[in-house]
Design a protein around this ligand. Structure first.
Ligand code: 0A1
Ligand code: ZN
Length: 847
């Protein structure tokens, strides 16, 4: 074997993309499963496309044999490094046969083939296939697959259609990252679906024995998703079986492997007793998301990983549309925007900011981010606004027709819309290249019967990017008269230059409702008058902006309370009380309107306004605001909450969930006044997990010392419920107790850092759930997190790197806290043997 030098921690650039010189059109795999010594035989049908050596990827593989066209390969015909196998002088077409040995039981990174509670499963996105066998592990190499899983495990699954016990044929060419294998002792809930093309499809949801009673909602969500994708996008399913498998140890939410979706069990298993309304909604949208990938991701995949948003942004947009149709437009949109602002705006404002289509990466697993997913989805939404619903449908239809079977690019996607609608999208394309959240400044004047709106866009500098060009920003807006009547229905103004303006002839100054439906992912800077905002809150026909008006009023109050020690005025408290008691408004909407901006949201906004956020002060001010609202509603609270009762059997439908959400908010207010009396009654009466968790959280907030033990005794047999127990205790601890409690809980017999759900529950309970606790001025929160990151990085770099993003806001804070956080980041970065994942993250955060 020839010598070769290994390549480590290298930066990969989009500009360096080159097609492979030799491609693989068919893959035949044979598995002999064993926890310590699994044998994988691979036959790759290869064909030359250009000149050059064939470099296959492979990691942690013990090569047992290698042959070309049945002849063992001489040592001078190939070379290996820790990560590659290079074939020299390969013929024009040939079959490469290899046999390797791997140890799934030792694979704690949960990438490649690994074991979870005795069951074999795989995770190949982004680059896990190379830990199974030697292959061109990149998305532009698409092959058909035949898979044989030997042995006597009762259930043996792979992609495609089953051709015999444990043998599978996938007729649809796919890249390696969509390969999957599952084997073990599993039980299925089964159903059938007939597609619009008349294909009879068997649907299975596979779980470990004992969990079979928890699959009904996932199955129902799957069938509704299949119908929706046929009706709305004209996309039917294309195999005779669709399998979903629930796995307890999983780094992410779920994975869209062709015909064999693998899910974190948290996003499959649900019963009224164990899952909250939020869990049900997540299951519905994630089942839909993975199913929708069959067309947006699988049938049409990405040419390279820089194009990740091509499948992810589009598929998130599609699952958001689905959830709007299933659950109601307004509340879904408000929830999606809240999530975008909390996660993506935060990312875009800090050291980890990157374009929706990045230009380089070290570890691609670090780029499964809110920017690529959620901002990517906003770009699709803006495109739809710009070309209109019909233009959007025509562009999508052309995309499916033109690129079915392709590994495509963002250019391919946009070209379909240019062809279908005749629009020039060259400026719009900047959204994919320029990072950072644009700010749009709005000002208005009214003089001599002319109402004028002036607009200015500012695209901020982000790491590695300065002096950006103006973006193409669709601003949906409408006008109301001062009494709240809409005088101009929604129109879209396209802001394409740095400044812009609009004028209207009017007899009186109108009330402007701008950025309706949150038509672009921007930060609006608009000093609108208090009375205009109150008019919008009471009357805007656009429900998003109605909610947004309330949000802006609340945020103003909270920021002034933080910076100027201002109290909470009657006008605001009365407006909040009016919404809370408005029986004509949808309870889900009222629940959203009653929720104050989060502590992190306030920290972000204060920092954006040039104020150094003090986490303790923010915590105290939020509580004071809640107390003021509670006091205003004191007498009404019990009656309001009673009116939200949902008698009869628990139903996860949006209507009931909205009532429970409002009841939960009201209970929070009652707890501010009664120290937990109502919450105790609610806890004891709860007959579903939504009500129980709301009461539990409030009892913890009130300092109840018995409920945690009671909850544990009741639920210690249920791992998913216990994740909630770990998280809630830390999130709802008094800030000064949070780190000590988190640390104590890591010594609880049920704390297992190797299970990503458990690790994340506890860590995020502190970092996201209890910001004042995490930012304890003594630095204990930072040290606690850094210690655990260093510990877990040795076995599971992916989950560790994701959790490290809790440090990404470090530059917002005061000098002492910055020093403490920097010191922990430097300690991590100076540690020997760091994973590529974590090393890239801390390097970017320290820059
Ligand atoms: N493609 C999946 C999410 C996913 C991404 C990466 C993974 O491993 C690094 C695993 C899953 C989705 O969008 O649902
Ligand atoms: Zn996805």
């Amino acid at each position: 074997m020839r010598d070769a030098t290994p390549e480590q921690n290298q930066t990969v650039y989009l500009k360096d993309y080159t097609p492979v010189p030799v491609t693989v059109s068919h893959v035949a795999l044979s598995f002999r499963l064993d926890p310590q010594a699994t044998r994988v035989s691979a036959r790759l049908t290869c064909k030359r496309k250009g000149s050059g050596d064939m470099v296959l990827d492979g990691e942690m593989l013990k090569l047992l044999s290698i042959a070309i066209d049945g002849v063992p390969l001489a040592a001078d015909r190939y070379s290996r490094t820790d990560t590659t196998l290079t074939l020299y002088d390969a013929p024009d077409s040939f079959v490469l046969e290899t046999e390797v040995e791997i140890a799934p039981e030792d694979n704690k990174a949960l990438s490649g083939l690994y074991m979870s509670k005795g069951m074999y499963c795989t995770q190949c996105e982004a680059e896990g296939f190379r830990r199974i066998t030697y292959m061109l592990d990149r998305p532009d190499v698409m092959a058909t697959y035949d898979v044989e899983i030997g042995g006597d495990l009762p259930v043996r699954l792979s992609n495609g259609n089953e051709t015999g016990p444990g043998t599978w044929h996938d007729p649809w060419p796919k890249p390696t990252y969509l390969f999957a294998l599952v084997a073990g002792d599993l039980l299925a809930t089964s159903d059938r679906f007939t597609t619009s093309e008349g294909r009879d499809v068997t649907l299975n949801v596979w779980v470990r024995p004992g969990d079979e009673g928890l699959t009904a909602f996932a199955m129902d969500s799957l069938k509704r998703s299949m119908t929706w994708d046929e009706e709305v996008y004209g996309r039917p399913y294309d195999l005779s079986v669709f399998n979903i498998v629930a796995v307890d140890d999983f780094n992410m939410g779920a994975m869209e492997n062709k015909g064999l979706n693998i899910f974190n069990s948290k996003y499959v298993l649900a019963s009224p007793a164990t899952a909250t309304d939020a869990d049900f909604a997540n299951i519905e949208s994630i089942v839909a998301h993975e199913y929708f990938h069959n067309w947006t991701g699988n049938r049409i995949t990405c040419r390279d990983w820089f194009q990740l948003c091509l499948k992810e942004g589009l598929t998130v947009f599609r699952d958001q549309q689905f959830s709007q149709d299933e659950r109601g437009f307004a509340t879904q949109r408000i929830g999606d925007v809240l999530n975008l602002r909390a996660r993506q705006f935060r990312e875009d404002a800090g050291p980890l900011a990157h374009p929706v289509r990045p230009e380089s990466f070290v570890e691609i697993n670090n780029f499964y981010t809110a920017t690529i997913y959620e901002k990517g989805a906003e770009l699709i939404g803006m495109l739809r606004t710009l070309v209109g619903p019909k233009g959007y449908d025509a562009g999508c239809a052309l995309y499916f027709e033109r690129h079915d079977g392709d590994a495509a690019t963002i250019e391919d996607w946009l070209a379909c819309f240019e062809t279908a609608t005749g629009r020039d999208l060259s400026q719009f394309k900047l959204w994919y290249a320029q990072a950072g959240t644009p700010r749009v400044q709005v000002s208005e004047t009214f003089k001599d019967g002319i109402y004028r709106i002036d607009l200015k866009q500012i695209v901020p500098d982000t790491p590695g990017q300065t002096d950006k060009c103006p973006m193409h920003i669709p601003l949906a807006f409408g006008l109301l008269s001062q009494d709240g009547t809409e005088t101009q229905a929604t129109q879209v103004h396209e802001l394409t230059t740095e400044t812009g303006s609009m004028t209207f002839e009017m007899s009186a100054k109108p009330v402007l409702s701008i950025l309706r439906g949150f038509s672009a992912p921007v930060i609006l800077e608009f000093e609108q008058t208090e009375s205009d905002r109150l008019t919008l809150l009471a009357h805007d026909s656009d429900p998003f902006n109605r909610w947004e008006a309330g949000r802006v009023l609340a945020k103003d109050r909270l920021m002034r309370a933080v910076t100027k020690d201002a109290g909470f005025d009657d006008a605001w408290l009365n407006a909040v009380a009016a919404l809370a008691t408005d029986e004509l408004a949808d309870p889900a909407f009222r629940a959203l309107a009653l929720a104050l901006p989060s502590e992190d949201d306030l920290a972000q906004s204060l920092y954006g306004a040039g104020v150094v956020p003090d986490p303790d002060r923010i915590y105290a001010v939020r509580r004071a605001a809640q107390l003021a609202i509670a006091a205003r509603l004191r007498d009404a609270l019990p009656g309001l909450r009673d009116a939200m009762a949902t008698p009869g059997n628990y139903d996860p439908k949006a209507e009931d969930a909205g009532k429970r959400a409002l009841a939960g908010r009201l209970l929070g207010l009652q707890t501010m006044l009664d120290g937990g009396v109502a919450a105790r009654t609610a806890y004891d009466a709860a007959d579903n997990m939504t009500d129980r968790m709301a009461a539990f959280a409030n009892l913890l907030e009130a300092g109840d010392t018995t409920v945690a033990k009671q909850f544990e005794n009741d639920w210690q047999h249920d791992r998913l419920v216990m994740d909630k127990w770990f998280m809630a205790q830390v999130a709802h601890a008094a800030p000064r107790d949070a780190v000590t409690l988190a640390d104590t809980l890591t010594r609880h017999p049920d704390f297992d850092a190797s299970n990503p759900n458990r690790f994340r529950s506890l860590m995020a309970g502190l970092t996201a759930g209890n910001p004042a606790g995490f930012h304890n001025p003594d630095g204990s929160g930072y040290k606690f997190l850094a210690d655990w990151l260093l510990y877990l990085d040795k076995s599971n770099p992916q989950t560790t790197a994701r959790m490290s993003t809790a440090f990404d806001g470090w530059k917002r804070y005061d000098a002492d806290r910055q020093d403490l956080m920097r010191a922990q980041l430097q300690r991590i970065s100076g540690t020997e043997g760091l994973s590529r994942d974590l090393s890239e993250m801390v390097t970017r955060m320290l820059k």
